[in-house]
Design a protein around this ligand. Structure first.
Ligand code: FAD
Length: 384
C-alpha cells in the first residue's frame, strides 16, 4: 500500500526527530555497553519501526520499497546498530513469511514481528557454507508429521534476542545443491535449539550475532515455510533482493551523516589561520564524498521505484548493495582523513563509523558475490 505524500512526510520527519533527539545522543553509550536500552526498543516499537515492510492487514505499515528507503535514509543516519535492531524484522527475518508463508504462518507470526513483540532472525550461513549458501549442511529429516533438525548456523544477527528463526536446512539429502534446501520457522524456545555466546566483532556494537545450534530439534510439519519442500533457497534469494535495496539505503544514510559531520568539522577546524574547508585538497575529499553519496541515493531511489512498479530488479538491487557498501567505505575513510587525529579518536565517533560500515561489504552477499550476480544476469540477458 502506498501512503499519501503528507502521511509519508510526517512519518519521515517523526523518524528524523527520533534519530536526532534520541538515537544520536546515545550512540556512544550503546557502543560501550554493546546493547540498546530496552526503553529505546519500546520507543521504536511505538513508532512502528519493526513493521515498516509488513502488510497492514498483519499490523505493519506496509510501506512500498520507495517509502521504506525514505524512512531508512533517516533512521540510518544514526549508528548502524540501531537500524540492525529493527532490520531483521523488516527484511530477512520476516520477508520469507510475507513472500512464501502459508496463511496460518502469516497470521501466527507477522503481527508479532510487526509490533516488535518478537524478533525474527534469518539463519542461513554455516561454518562451511557462507557465500556458497546453497551448500548448507544442516539437515531436516522427516519424522512422522514433523522434521528433526541438526546443524550449526553461524553469525546470525539478533539471534540472542530472537523469538523466531527462519532456518534453512537440507530436506533432500540426495540433492546436493540449493534445490534440496527448505526453509523452516523455528521458535526460539523449541527444545534442541540453543544460541551461543554473542561473538565479539569489529564494529556495530549494540547489534549482536551468535551461533545457533540445532541438536535433534523437532518441529511440526507446519513449520515448513509455505508448506512445500525444496523452495527454501528460492525463498532466501527473494528475501535477499529486497534486503539489498534496503541495505543500499542504509549505506547512503550513513554516508550522508559522514558527509555532514565532515563538512561541519572542516568549516570549524582552523589550520594555517583559516578553516580547513578553505583548502582545495580538503574540498576535493568533501566533493568526492558528496558526489558518491548522491549517486548512491539516486540508484537506490530509482531501483525502489522500479520494484514498486513491478519491475524485476535483481541486477539493480545487487548494483545498489555493491556500489553503496563500497561507496560508504570510501566516504568513511575520507571522513577519518578530514577529521585528522580527531578522526582516529574514539570520542569523536568517526572511527566507530569507519569500523561499522566495513560489514556492509560482507553480509547479505559479499561485494564479490554481487559482482557475480550482476555479471551473470548481464550475460544471461544478452542470450549467453
Ligand atoms: C556481523 C555479521 C552478521 C551476519 N548476519 C547474518 C545473518 O543474520 N544470517 C545469516 O545467515 N548470515 C549472516 N552473516 C553471514 C554473512 O552473510 C557471511 O559472512 C557472508 O555471506 C560471507 O560468507 P563467509 O563469511 O563464509 O565468507 P566466504 O564465503 O568464505 O568468503 C570469503 C571470501 O571469498 C570470496 N568468495 C567466496 N566465493 C567466491 C566466488 N565464487 N567468487 C569470488 N569470490 C568469492 C568472498 O567474497 C570473500 O571475500 C553475518 C555475518 C556477519 C559478519
Amino acid at each position: 500500500m502506498s501512503l499519501d505524500a503528507k502521511t509519508l512526510s510526517q512519518l519521515v520527519s517523526t523518524v528524523a526527530r527520533f534519530v536526532d533527539e534520541r538515537l544520536i545522543p546515545l550512540e556512544h553509550e550503546v557502543a560501550e555497553a554493546d546493547a540498546i536500552p530496552p526503553a529505546l526498543i519500546h520507543e521504536m516499537q511505538d513508532l512502528g519501526l519493526f513493521g515498516l515492510t509488513i502488510p497492514t492487514e498483519f499490523g505493519g505499515l506496509g510501506l512500498t520499497m520507495f517509502e521504506e528507503v525514505q524512512v531508512i535514509f533517516e533512521l540510518g543516519r544514526a549508528s548502524p546498530a540501531f537500524r540492525s535492531a529493527i532490520g531483521t524484522n523488516n527484511s530477512i527475518g520476516s520477508q520469507g513469511i510475507v513472500i512464501s508463508g502459508t496463511d496460518a504462518q502469516k497470521q501466527r507470526y507477522l503481527p508479532k514481528l510487526a509490533n516488535g513483540e518478537i524478533i525474527g532472525s534469518f539463519a542461513l550461513t554455516e561454518p562451511e557454507a557462507g557465500s556458497d549458501a546453497g551448500s548448507v549442511r544442516t539437515t531436516a529429516i522427516r519424522d512422522g508429521n514433523g522434521y528433526i533438525i541438526n546443524g550449526t548456523k553461524r553469525y546470525i544477527t539478533n539471534s540472542p534476542q530472537a523469538g523466531l528463526f527462519t532456518v534453512f536446512a537440507r530436506t533432500d539429502l540426495d540433492t546436493k545443491g540449493a534445490n534440496g534446501v527448505s526453509a523452516f520457522l523455528v521458535e526460539a524456545d523449541t527444545p534442541g535449539l540453543s544460541v551461543g555466546k554473542p561473538d565479539r566483532k569489529m564494529g556495530q556494537q549494540g547489534a549482536q550475532i551468535a551461533d545457533v545450534v540445532f541438536n535433534d530439534c523437532r518441529v511440526t510439519g507446519d513449520a515448513l515455510v509455505g508448506g512445500v519442500e525444496g523452495q527454501g533457497f528460492k525463498t532466501a534469494m527473494k528475501t535477499l533482493d529486497r534486503g539489498r535495496i534496503h541495505l543500499g539505503a542504509v549505506c547512503v544514510a550513513v554516508a550522508e551523516r559522514l558527509v555532514s559531520d565532515s563538512l561541519r568539522y572542516a568549516m570549524t577546524r582552523k589550520q594555517f589561520g583559516q578553516p580547513i574547508a578553505g583548502f582545495q585538497l580538503v574540498q576535493a575529499m568533501l566533493a568526492d564524498s558528496k558526489t558518491e553519496t548522491f549517486a548512491g541515493r539516486s540508484m537506490v531511489e530509482e531501483t525502489a521505484r522500479q520494484r514498486d512498479a513491478g519491475g524485476l530488479v535483481a541486477t539493480e538491487a545487487s548494483c545498489c548493495k555493491y556500489f553503496c557498501s563500497e561507496m560508504v567505505g570510501r566516504v568513511a575513510d575520507r571522513a577519518v582523513q578530514i577529521h585528522g587525529g580527531a578522526g582516529y579518536m574514539v570520542d569523536y565517533g568517526i572511527e566507530r563509523f569507519y569500523r561499522d560500515v566495513r560489514l556492509f561489504r560482507i553480509y547479505e552477499g559479499t561485494s564479490q558475490i554481487q559482482q557475480l550476480v550482476i555479471a551473470k544476469n548481464m550475460i544471461r540477458e544478452a542470450g549467453g
